[in-house]
Each structure stands twice: as C-alpha cells, then as structure tokens.
Design a protein around this ligand. Structure first.
Ligand SMILES: [Zn+2]
Length: 271
C-alpha cells in the first residue's frame, strides 16, 4: 500500500513536468473507484491551469486556477507520466493529458483510489479537516503528542496510527518507530512520559524522512516507459520479522495483534 513517503515521492516525481501546465483532456475509463469519479471533473478540468501539487497526509491536492482536484492512491494506486498514445492496460483507469504532451496516468488494480473535485478551501473538506499534524512539520512535536495522549488508555501504537493524532504513520512505520524509540506497542498512550514521546516523534520523523530520501532515488520511475513506480523497501528491524532474532540483541521478536494489525516488538529492547 502506498504510504506517505511514496505519495510524497510521487508528488516530487510528477510536479516538475506538470506545474503551470493546462489540461487538454481528461479521460475516465473506469469511474468506479472508492467513490465514483464525479461527472463534473471533465468539464471543470477542461483548459484548467495547474498551479502546483501539494500533499496533505496521503492526499495529493492538484491546485488548479478554479479549484482543487483531490487524488488518493488507495491500496494499490499509482500515478506516472507516460507518452500520449501509450497502450492502456486493464487497470489504467484515468488519464490526464496536459498541453505539453505529458500524460498523467492513474493505475489502480484494487480501485480503492479516489478522484474528487473540491471547491473552496481544500483543507476544510471533511476528508482533510480533522487530520492531525504532518509528521515532518514543526507542528508535530513530542510535546504535542504527549499533551494529546493524556488520559488515553488505548495502546500507543493505535494512538500514533490514528490520523487525528498524526498523519502518515502506517503499520510498518509504527512498528519500526516504536522499536527505534524502545517503546512496547501495547503500552497505554496516556502512561508514557514526555521524554519518551520526544524519542518516539524523533524516530517517526527520521524513519519517514529517510524513506522520502530513498524514494528520491526512484524519481525517474515516474516518467516514461512501462516501469511501475517502485514502492520502496526500507531496512526493517521488526516489521515482518516475528520470531526472528532482534537485530540489536538477538532475542526472538514477539508478535501480538493490536486492533487486528500485526505488531512485532523485542521484549528486551522495548519496555
Ligand atoms: Zn532486542
């Protein structure tokens, strides 16, 4: 599933080719995504001028002169630039052709992605309004998480995966960040000290930033050819390694389930 670093890498990969370009054509081959692609999109996008592409959580916000197109990659979606006339595959559901002959193609086998049109202030849209801070922003600090966590009995892992607490911490990143910070995933969020939240936020920031830097090496995959944008693999310390020896202390890693998600940790390194 595309996580925040992949979405950010997509944004960086396509932006230089599409910024300040005008839409020439918008083609929908399959409107049945997570929500139906609104009919009005092809009308409002006709000759629309794209100012820039921004990102909020895992949503891409295409900022046009007349409104915002919101795109979500869902479970299996990807966006890449292809040559106009490139053969279409079964899962190539949407094409946006720009005046400079760049064709932005949306491919999504599982069709959980989304294309929506937003009038007005995009950040006030119901999907975006209640989102917590961006992990890499200055608004996201150990103090802000610490304060929000007071009195909360839910597991710290669930707490940091809640998009209202902080956005972009998927299951893999939550497992890895808790290992790096030495915190057990099932610990009650309200029980952790400020110092431990500071460690945890530092770990989240460093893991996500590292993934984005790594993604930078795949930027060229977003342009041309049949190459699918690669969702990058990071060095994983705990995720997917249940029962295997901890890479730090060699004790076998423990697996538990928290709200249905696999949670792997080291009983020796995480307290
Ligand atoms: Zn260990």
């Amino acid at each position: 599933m595309p996580e925040l670093p992949e979405v950010e890498t997509t944004r960086r990969g396509i932006l230089p080719y599409l910024e300040n370009q005008t839409v020439r054509n918008f083609i929908v081959r399959e409107p049945r995504l997570r929500w139906p692609i609104p009919d009005e999109l092809s009308r409002v996008l006709c000759a629309a001028h794209l100012r820039t592409i921004e990102r909020r959580a895992k949503y891409l916000l295409f900022d046009f002169d007349r409104g915002t197109m919101l795109v979500h990659l869902g479970m299996s979606g990807s966006l890449r630039l292809v040559t106009p006339g490139a053969q279409t595959g079964k899962h190539d559901h949407v094409d946006v052709l720009f005046g400079n002959e760049r064709l932005l193609r949306f491919t999504d086998p599982r069709r959980f992605g989304a294309f929506l049109w937003l009038d007005g202030e995009p950040l006030q849209h119901p999907l975006l309004r209640a989102l917590g801070p961006e992990p890499l922003s200055e608004a996201c600090t150990g103090t802000s998480l610490f304060e929000r966590s007071r009195g909360k009995k839910i597991a710290v892992k669930q707490f940091i995966m809640d998009q209202k607490t902080i956005v972009g911490v998927g299951n893999i990143y939550a497992n890895e960040a808790l290992f790096q910070a030495g915190i057990r995933p099932a610990t009650a969020a309200g029980k952790l000290s400020l110092a431990r939240y500071e460690k945890l936020v530092a770990a989240i920031k460093s893991i996500l930033a590292q993934a984005i830097v790594q993604g930078g090496t795949t930027l060229r995959d977003f342009v041309g050819g049949d190459g699918k944008p690669g969702y990058f693999q990071q060095q994983l310390w705990v995720y997917g390694r249940a029962g295997q020896p901890c890479k730090r202390c060699r004790q076998p890693l423990t697996a538990i389930r928290l709200s249905g998600r696999s949670s792997i940790y080291c009983r020796n390194c995480q307290r």
